[in-house]
Design a protein around this ligand. Sequence first.
Ligand SMILES: Cc1cc2nc3c(=O)[nH]c(=O)nc-3n(C[C@H](O)[C@H](O)[C@H](O)COP(=O)(O)OP(=O)(O)OC[C@H]3O[C@@H](n4cnc5c(N)ncnc54)[C@H](O)[C@@H]3O)c2cc1C
Length: 465
Amino acid sequence: MAPTTANGGISFWYAQTGLPAPREPLPGDTTADVCIVGGGYTGLWTAYYLKKAVPFLRITVLEARFCGYGASGRNGGWLYNGVAGRDRYAKLHGRQAAADLQRAMDGAVDEVVRTAAAEGIDADIRAGGVLEVARTPAQLARLRAFHAAETEFGETGRVLLSARETAERVRVCDAAGGTWSPHGARLHPAKLVQGLARTVEALGVTIHESTPVGAIAPRRAVTPYGTVRAPYVLRCTEGFTAGLKGERRTWLPMNSSMIVTEPLSERQWDAVGWSGHETLGDFAHSYMYAQRTADGRIALGGRGVPYRFGSRTDNDGRTRPETVEELRELLVRLFPQLAGVAVEHAWSGVLGVPRDWCASVHLDRSTGLGRAGGYVGSGVAAANLAARTLRDLVRLDSGQGGQTELTRLPWTGHRVRRWEPEPLRWLGVHGLYAAYRAADRREAGGLAAETDRIARIADRIAGRG
Ligand SMILES: Cc1cc2nc3c(=O)[nH]c(=O)nc-3n(C[C@H](O)[C@H](O)[C@H](O)COP(=O)(O)OP(=O)(O)OC[C@H]3O[C@@H](n4cnc5c(N)ncnc54)[C@H](O)[C@@H]3O)c2cc1C
């Protein structure tokens, strides 16, 4: 790693905006109508929609560090319509139910763009769609199958691109083809989450920061500073869920790591293309995701160290030098025209992975305990849809509303078994990603237009197949 590369510091996005001024911790025992645990997109969008729907509700958000400390302040800024588990929901509940979920996700992308604008949140949003490229014959076969599946699910506006058409958008080395969807936008994650926190506070929501919740129980959230009692306690802690009492094996905290380059010159951008500001991804098993930032850099992410023993989560985003180097090498493989470009910052964060890789929303009517998440790597738009679903569930339960389109979506009420105990969890995840990396290497060296056998076996073992 170059000595000039900043490492951690939560994320590069905060190096740009500065860390927010801290809000007061919980001063002691109190009551609320709704207590939300976790101040990321899920918690804050839930507070937003509940308060908008029922302005007199007393809503308290409890945040362990500061709003946007987690993935919501660190992600790749892909606001897109992907949702973890759609295909499994199709198997469990039928194609129509999964298509409804997909249509709701398409709408969530527009809803975030529209609401940010309406609330005056400037999050550098640029709606250039999503471009995903294939760089090997096997990736190309997966890309075509993905394109066909999305189109069959009723997605409008998606186009399949030849190698030449792909290069006309972004000149990715060895790109053999691409698929572009209009249902996506690039954004600045920290500006969105900080703007959301300010917006809900202005609406009258109470936010307490530096207030870690140790345990959630029916009608209460317990912190070192006091207990909040509320008829509804909503858990919005995603990749950090394992830190709560009794939740160690609920959702696995999966790591994702990112780098950002120095600002590129006009000449470098001419060599790369990318004038449409699409979010950019590929079809490797250890896939990458990237964006062109508002100030003319490339921010690129990938898996790195997938998982830390015992579901450990965070060290303020610090990233192993080997991971930073791997991501830099990947950047140069994708864009050889950028060899020598400086990597200014590297960071990591955790996302929440349920045992069946399906995002879900749930409210238990007998206890008032709710939760939303398990988005795997696709939570920027999904958190918005999940929050509106939680709003509708709370309104339904409290007699202020009926069933809605959202409460009927197949992810509502979905339950899944817990992850295996250690060391099986660690061995399983590390084995899985070693297999994916091996499959990527074999596919890169081969001409076969089918997914490598190792990856297919890994998918089945992981429960993703
Ligand atoms: C590096 C990275 C890149 C990603 N890129 C993308 C992308 O480009 N597009 C996309 O769609 N998704 C992406 N994701 C996933 C996406 O960012 C998340 O799904 C989304 O931000 C989840 O929001 P959340 O509010 O549920 O969780 P978080 O943002 O993680 O928020 C949870 C909050 O809860 C707080 N908390 C945790 N435990 C407690 C406790 N005990 N008491 C009180 N507070 C607590 C945390 O401090 C945190 O602020 C990425 C994730 C990572 C890590």
